[in-house]
Design a protein around this ligand. Structure first.
Ligand SMILES: *Cc1c(COP(=O)(O)O)cnc(C)c1O
Length: 365
């Protein structure tokens, strides 16, 4: 029996989406290629250079270096690895290098710290869910190898004050990493300061397979300067190319080709139109929920969090809605490109039906 993937019509929790048709087509065409072996697969390798050029345009970086990773997780792990190697060669102390990150940072940094043997120091966020700068200042010292700022947090879509974080990082000779895995393809159309041209950012995670509408797996690691990538390079005796900076060996050319196809098709106008649609949807949903008396976190980017009772949340999930919750238990809806106004209207209608049921207990028996 042929299996079919599930539909996206009730998916409100995903940070990925249906690939753009040109991205899907390119992914299928390049399925049997391996950019991990550029001597054997020069076509996809050249396409990867194009992907990095395009990502550089999105992220305000002339002459960018980097590669198409399997996702934000790999990009974050590799950024931490760069910082650790830097610290090992230049640090004034032999103590374990540390990474200073807001509590709102992604759990992939826990993996990075664990794999790489660095200490992760979490600093609190303020009432607006952005990192508390005073707490960062108090936390950094000569062991700090990297300061992380998030540009589009996973839970609330918040952007940390990147220029201020860069200044703090420089004050202790640490690298500044910006995690724009999700936010990178919507932030160019906002007035946030988040990228290489806004601040001395050293490294960045930016995922084509999230808001970029490319097929999975397509993440992006960007570095300001090629020499930062050298920290990752290992010799590759059996390949034609002499060194490799990626974490994976064999990897999918599908993600690379689809990232290029999506960016060529959509950057910048298509992404701008999508951002406007998604942001309008998020604001519409936030207003509808607020009207019904729920506490709503203001959607700064297309992501809505609201305090919905646990029983209602569970009932919505039982009804087939794919929704998720924040660490503090709020309902979280990510307005990805596949999420339409019609879909959100039926979601709100489902919510209303549940709430009126619970208000008139006789109707439920
Ligand atoms: C999704 C996300 C990640 C992880 O990316 P994957 O592609 O799932 O590995 C990292 N950071 C942020 C901010 C994210 O939203």
């Amino acid at each position: 029996m042929q299996r079919e993937p599930q539909a996206f019509d009730r998916v409100l929790s995903s940070m990925c989406t249906t690939p753009h048709p040109v991205a899907r087509e390119a992914a299928e065409r390049f399925l049997a290629t391996n950019p991990g072996d550029p001597g054997t697969y020069p076509t996809i390798s050249a396409l990867e250079d194009e992907a990095i050029e395009l990502l550089g345009e999105v992220a305000g970086l002339d002459d960018p270096a980097g590669y198409v990773a399997s996702g934000g997780t790999e990009a974050n792990i590799q950024a931490v690895r760069i910082a650790r190697e830097r610290a090992r060669s230049t640090a004034a102390t032999a103590e374990t290098p540390t990474v200073v990150m807001p509590q709102s940072g992604h759990f992939s940094f826990q993996k990075a710290a664990n794999v790489l043997g660095v200490d992760l120091e979490l600093v609190p966020t303020d009432d607006e869910h952005r990192v508390d700068l005073e707490a960062v200042r108090a936390c950094v010292d000569e062991t700090t190898a990297m300061v992380v700022g998030v540009a589009g947090t996973t839970e609330y879509g918040r952007v940390d004050p990147i220029p201020e974080l860069a200044e703090i990082a420089q004050s202790v000779d640490a690298l500044l990493h910006v995690d724009a895995a999700w936010g990178g393809f919507v932030l160019p159309f906002t007035d946030h300061a988040w990228h290489f041209d806004h601040a001395p950012v050293d490294t960045m995670a930016i995922d084509p397979h999230k808001m970029g509408q490319a097929a999975v797996p397509a993440g992006g690691l960007l570095v300001r300067d090629e020499t930062l990538l050298d920290e990752l390079a290992v010799d590759t005796p059996y390949l034609e190319s002499t060194s490799q900076a990626t974490l994976t060996g064999t990897r999918s050319g599908a993600g690379v080709a689809s990232a290029v196809a999506a960016m060529e098709e959509l950057w910048p106008d298509g992404y701008r139109d999508q951002y406007v649609r998604s942001q309008n949807n998020a604001e519409w949903l936030a207003a509808e929920l607020a009207t019904r008396g729920y506490d709503v976190v203001d959607p700064e980017l297309p992501l809505v969090a609201a305090n919905v009772p646990e029983a209602t949340f569970e009932a919505l999930r039982d009804a087939g809605w794919r929704i998720s919750s924040t660490g503090s238990g709020e309902l979280r809806v990510v307005c990805m490109p596949h999420v339409t106004r019609t879909q959100l209207e039926s979601f709100v209608a489902a919510l209303d039906a549940l709430e009126s049921e619970s208000e008139t207990p006789t109707a439920t028996t």
